[in-house]
Design a protein around this ligand. Structure first.
Ligand SMILES: [Zn+2]
Length: 318
């Protein structure tokens, strides 16, 4: 009899413990086993790839030569889009600045992932007629960002008067604006390193104090110039994009650590600049995550928080 009682009370206890486990799991805000990675914002994606022709399968560019690039170029815009979206889903990339020259290609991206992209015109050559057309695309809400302004690829410095209407428009419409102003770039005949000194941004920032400007690769490798500019002009941000994957890792870490040690860790944002190598998005994220000189909080700042503040959006972090 005593044994029987013990058995049934054991049963009841078992049932209760299973029940309480069930209740515990049911009332968790999100099931622990299905928890997503923390969100990421990619401040530097490309929908198309002017002005390059890259044969399918070509390894990603690398610097400095001789070096070996990783990855394989996609064969089409469609493949770039499909693979980029897969990687965005896998890594919980919730928002991205998407630069493009061809509005038709851009429209496909926007349709494929509504609300996920800040579409922005890629500026290779300033062109007054083009600016008028562009303005209508802003008015209709198609574009919501400016750049990449990549005129350095033609040797044009950021303080060239031909760029003035673009900065004026970006300031007027309060657009997040990406510019290629740094020491490195694609091997094009017109590219000029000297046109990429971050000091050349000073006139632009003085003339447009409300412009929300960020610099590709945080001006790499013009470290001291960039520290000076960011320290003096609090509206200026930088991304870490190709330098996360095309440089020797030590060179990237030296640069990033110098900026962070200079107190600029709250104004550096992750971007992949994936071009036709979507797998570089994950290489870039990994480079940030493996930086052992950064605290977890500093990594989250670069991967998400700083861009959220810069874009003036709230998506709900962690
Ligand atoms: Zn770019």
């Amino acid at each position: 009899m005593e044994r029987k009682i013990n058995n049934s009370s054991l049963r009841i206890r078992e049932v209760l413990s299973v029940l309480s486990l069930f209740l515990f799991l049911a009332f968790l805000p999100e099931p622990v086993f299905a928890q997503k990675a923390p969100p990421i914002i990619d401040m530097h994606l490309h929908a198309d790839l002017p002005p390059f022709e890259v044969p399918a399968g070509t390894p990603a560019i690398c610097r400095p030569e001789p070096c070996e690039g990783k990855g394989k170029a996609t064969a089409s815009h469609e493949e770039t889009m499909r693979k980029t979206l897969e990687i965005m889903d896998r890594n919980n990339i919730v928002k991205a600045h998407l630069s493009g020259l061809d509005p038709e290609i851009m429209a496909k991206w926007i349709d494929a992932a509504p609300g996920r992209f800040i579409a922005a015109p890629f500026i290779f050559q300033p062109d007054e007629a083009g600016l008028e057309q562009m303005r209508s695309k802003f008015d209709e809400g198609f574009y919501a960002g400016m750049g990449e302004i990549a005129t350095q690829l033609n040797g044009m410095a950021p303080n060239d008067p031909k760029l003035e209407p673009y900065f004026a428009l970006a300031e007027e419409l309060d657009l997040p604006t990406l510019i290629h102003t740094e020491g490195i770039g694609p091997e094009l005949p017109g590219f000029r390193t000297a046109a990429g000194s971050p000091l050349l941004l000073e006139e632009v920032l003085v003339r447009h104090p409300k412009l929300r400007l960020y610099v590709e690769n945080s001006g790499y490798p013009f470290r001291d110039e960039m520290i000076a500019m960011m320290s003096q002009y609090p509206q200026l941000y930088g991304d870490v994009s190709t330098i996360t994957w095309l440089l020797p890792r030590t060179a990237f870490y030296d640069y990033l650590e110098a900026l962070v040690r200079a107190g600029l860790g709250k104004r550096i944002m992750f971007g992949s600049d994936q071009m036709c190598w979507p797998e570089m998005i994950e290489s870039g994220i990994q480079a940030i995550q493996e930086a052992d000189f950064l605290s977890e909080e500093q990594k989250r700042d670069i991967l998400y928080n700083n861009a959220e503040r810069f874009l003036q959006i709230t998506l709900g972090n962690e």
